[in-house]
Design a protein around this ligand. Structure first.
Ligand code: ZN
Length: 348
């Protein structure tokens, strides 16, 4: 969409922003019980939101997504990200994936190689500054691409992502029409939506219900294929090898997220002995405020004074043979913060 369109829309969105904040708070409470469990047996689709971040709308969009327990990909415009770096961080903290959507949203196919390179490079830098990682996904404005653009994308290690379904939200589609468009998504599909439209935010609960009813889940976009896949790759296991602390061999701790709801997620830590057997272990799980651990199983927890650092010891016999492993699990109340905990292990 054009900047002029955006500006006209922004005034309208601002009027409804306050009402949406209130509605969002209610929605979080209403989904305190786990969202209807989708089996994901039919596969994954990617929800994508372009043209942000935008003060006054990105926050509402993130609230609606997290309240409905889904994660999406945001194709940000570099100039806007530079003006609102905290909103880019909010996207990341909400568990969203972030892609490059050029610096000024031009018709890239009408630009020189140098101009295209500048559009992409500046945006990569700003998004990397805000999130700590350079995006791997690029969506060309208007879906317009050519060989010159593809060549520049490859220089930055970017995968070009278009879409399989256009929600037409940029073209005035109603909430019902957006929901209907999402009904056409199949496994691996990607739907084009935009930050800045109230109809788009309002469509989220029905989109999620529709996907769930078809055993489809919201996933990430694979940088290797540009298609939707399971979100597992988003929280790569963080292994923390430690040297043996006098109790014999060392151990490693590996984290993975096992389930997510609108307000919380479950994590699992695998504790593995090194090349020699160990008689016991101590794992440390650090969550990021304002997250709170609300339950722990298969382990015996204690907390530091901040409440953010949890020490877990075996609930029974903690001995492990060389290379052997055990797991414990816990529930984290997100309180708006979806970053993965960091974990480590030591012996004893
Ligand atoms: Zn766009």
């Amino acid at each position: 969409m054009s900047s002029a369109q955006l500006l006209r829309r922004r005034a309208l969105v601002a009027l409804t922003a306050a009402a949406t904040v209130a509605a969002g708070a209610v929605a979080v409470l209403a989904t305190a019980s786990p969202a209807a469990a989708a089996t994901c047996s039919a596969g994954y689709v990617a929800l994508t939101y372009d043209d942000g971040p935008i003060a006054g709308t990105t926050g509402n969009l993130l609230n609606a997504l997290t309240a409905n327990g889904v994660r999406a990909t945001f194709f940000n415009i570099g100039q806007k990200a530079q003006a609102n770096p905290s909103l880019v961080q909010a996207q990341k903290n909400a568990g969203m994936w972030i892609g490059n959507h050029s610096w000024t949203h031009p018709h890239l196919t009408q630009l020189s190689t140098a101009q295209i390179t500048s559009e992409i490079s500046q945006t990569q830098q700003v998004l990397q500054q805000a999130t700590g990682v350079a995006p791997k996904l690029f969506r060309p404005p208007y879906g317009e691409t050519n060989a010159t653009l593809k060549s520049v994308e490859s220089q930055f290690g970017l995968t070009e992502v278009l879409w399989s379904v256009d929600s037409q939200d940029w073209n005035g589609a109603s909430t019902a029409q957006i929901v209907q468009a999402a009904g056409n998504l199949g496994n691996g599909g990607v739907i084009l939506m935009h930050d800045g439209y109230q109809n788009t935010v309002n469509a989220i609960p029905q989109i999620v219900a529709n996907l769930n009813s078809r055993n489809l889940c919201a996933g990430m976009i694979s940088p290797s294929t540009g298609r939707a896949v399971a979100p597992d790759g988003s929280t790569p296991p963080s292994a923390s090898p430690t040297s043996g602390g006098g109790g014999g061999g060392g151990c490693t701790a590996t984290y993975r997220e096992t389930q997510r709801w609108g307000d919380r997620f479950n994590g699992e830590v695998t504790v593995r002995a090194g090349s020699t057997a160990i008689t016991s272990w101590t794992a440390t799980v650090t969550v990021r405020a304002p997250q709170k651990v609300s339950a722990v199983w298969n382990g015996s927890p204690s907390w530091d004074s901040s409440g953010n650092v949890m020490t877990v010891r075996p609930s029974g016999n903690g001995s492990l043979p060389a290379g052997g492993s055990t797991t414990f699990g816990f529930t984290v109340m997100a309180n708006g913060q979806w970053a993965a905990p960091t974990v480590s292990c030591r012996t004893p």
